[in-house]
Design a protein around this ligand. Structure first.
Ligand code: GLU
Length: 465
């Protein structure tokens, strides 16, 4: 089978980990099988869909390197790929269902439906449509229409059948049609409902694999029913568990979810995000950093877990570190220089970049260090002040003398301090670090010393004397 997978976002907000991961899983699966990956914009909800979100979604996919072979700007397949341009197609299939007596107009108001639902829940029954309008005669329907009442279109679910499908992740799933209840497929306004448009489009676009969040699992039997009744072929469906935040609740803005755009603005690298996301609920035998091609070739549906994945920011930072390691010198400089402007020369910048390479994961940290090291006077915290106060005065002159004679030779400085003052551990190393950087932690001191140069280092030491 030639694989065709798809990402079908509703453009009602920015792309977050959840839908970005859905896009990625589908794209990796297609690529790993030499198949096609398709993007379809599900903008049937007119009130909530916005063009700016469509653009942002596509832009994020581009940036992440999740490329699509069919979809917006790639119109060579079976488009259009915007659902709001496909109404005539949906109308055609509505008519087919009506002609087959498989769909009927429903005039029930929200209020009436709510009352029915309440009654059912009170009786301990699962809430489903009571079937009020299922048997209206053509005359009754006509009368209601004449009165100006608006109707939605409901799918008449066949009674007493079992719908079985094999979920690509959860295995065999059985649903009884009587538990589903007749459901709305066309809104009162005439617009298509998600359930319907999504199923029709998958079938017409030749989608073979629909990988999506577990929240859609109960839609699947309904969608399969619609397609089967229309003689269309459903895709294979695979549902993967949702992502939880650290607090065990579904991942949302409240518990740490950030948009892809926000991550991008902070300086996260696309491959860092991809390496992280591809492991969010899916495991790789290779624990190391992978290229996009490797992520795809090693992606396996069998490796998707059935338990919810947990978002872990520390893990994301870990992959960011890995991604930084493989950046070329030029890309690395471009990565953080974009937002930094200092008076340093190009040479100074490259030295600084080398100094930072193993110490930072985000440009904001580079910025903080650039500012920190350009300072001429530090403000030490209390612990540091204490440490400096306990340092013998001769420490500074001894260190300064070595610098004068041997240049920025860290080892020479330390050796001299050690033998002359008999210091060790923190008392030996820390005063130097504090005097040169103002901080207790940071980049390798030998490199800091070289970066500052002996003159500047001596100047900083003299401030202590
Ligand atoms: N538009 C739906 C959503 O964003 C698509 C669901 C699906 O992938 O089938 O949730």
């Amino acid at each position: 089978m030639v694989v065709k997978s798809r990402f079908a976002p509703s453009p009602t907000g920015l792309m977050h980990m959840g839908n970005a991961r859905t896009a990625l899983f589908n794209a990796l699966y297609a690529k790993g099988h030499q198949g096609t990956f398709l993007i379809r914009i599900e903008d049937t909800d007119e009130a909530r869909s916005e063009d700016q979100y469509t653009e942002a979604l596509l832009d994020d996919c581009h940036w992440l390197n999740i490329t699509w072979q069919e979809g917006p700007h790639q119109e060579q397949g079976r488009g259009p790929y915007f659902q709001n341009q496909r109404q005539d197609i949906y109308d055609y299939y509505y008519q087919q269902l009506i002609d087959k007596n498989l769909a009927y107009p429903c005039f029930c108001t929200e209020q009436e439906l709510a009352v029915h639902r309440k009654l059912q829940v009170a009786q301990g029954l699962p809430p489903r449509y009571a079937g009020t309008c299922r048997h209206l005669t053509p005359e009754q329907i006509e009368k209601k229409k004449e009165k100006g009442l608006k109707a939605a279109l409901r799918f008449a679910v066949p009674k007493g059948i079992k719908i079985r499908f094999e979920d690509l992740i959860f295995g065999i799933k059985d649903f009884m049609s009587d538990d589903l209840g007749d459901f709305v497929i066309q809104k009162q306004t005439g617009g298509a409902c998600f359930m319907f448009a999504n199923a029709i489009d998958d079938a017409l676009m030749g989608v073979t694999h629909a990988l999506r969040g577990e929240d859609h699992l109960t839609n699947t039997p309904r969608q399969i029913l619609i397609l089967e009744q229309l003689g269309l072929t459903p895709p294979l469906y695979g549902h993967f568990p949702i992502i939880l935040g650290q607090d065990g609740k579904p991942l949302s803005k409240r518990n740490g979810s950030q948009s892809i755009q926000a991550l991008r603005e902070q300086g996260f690298l696309p491959l860092a995000i991809l390496n992280y996301m591809a492991r969010l609920g899916h495991y790789y035998d290779t624990p190391t950093f992978l290229s996009y091609e490797e992520l795809a070739s090693q992606f396996q549906l069998e490796h998707i877990g059935r338990n919810p994945a947990r978002f872990d920011y520390q893990q994301l930072l870990f992959w960011q570190k890995e991604a930084l390691k493989v950046l070329s010198e030029a890309d690395y400089l471009a990565w953080f220089q974009a937002e930094l402007k200092t008076a340093w020369s190009d040479t100074k910048w490259s030295q600084f970049a080398a100094l930072m390479r193993d110490n930072v994961v985000l440009p904001s940290e580079v910025k903080a260090w650039a500012e920190q090291l350009s300072q001429t006077h530090f403000e030490w915290d209390e612990e540091s002040q204490q440490l400096l106060a306990n340092t013998p005065k001769t420490y500074w002159s001894i260190a300064g003398e070595v610098l004068k004679q041997s240049g920025a030779d860290y080892q020479a400085v330390i050796n001299q301090l050690k033998t002359t003052l008999e210091l060790k551990g923190k008392a030996l190393f820390m005063p130097l670090r504090l005097a040169l950087t103002g901080k207790m932690h940071g980049p390798e001191l030998a490199k800091v010393l070289q970066f500052l140069g002996p003159e500047e280092a001596i100047r900083r030491l003299q401030q202590q004397a």
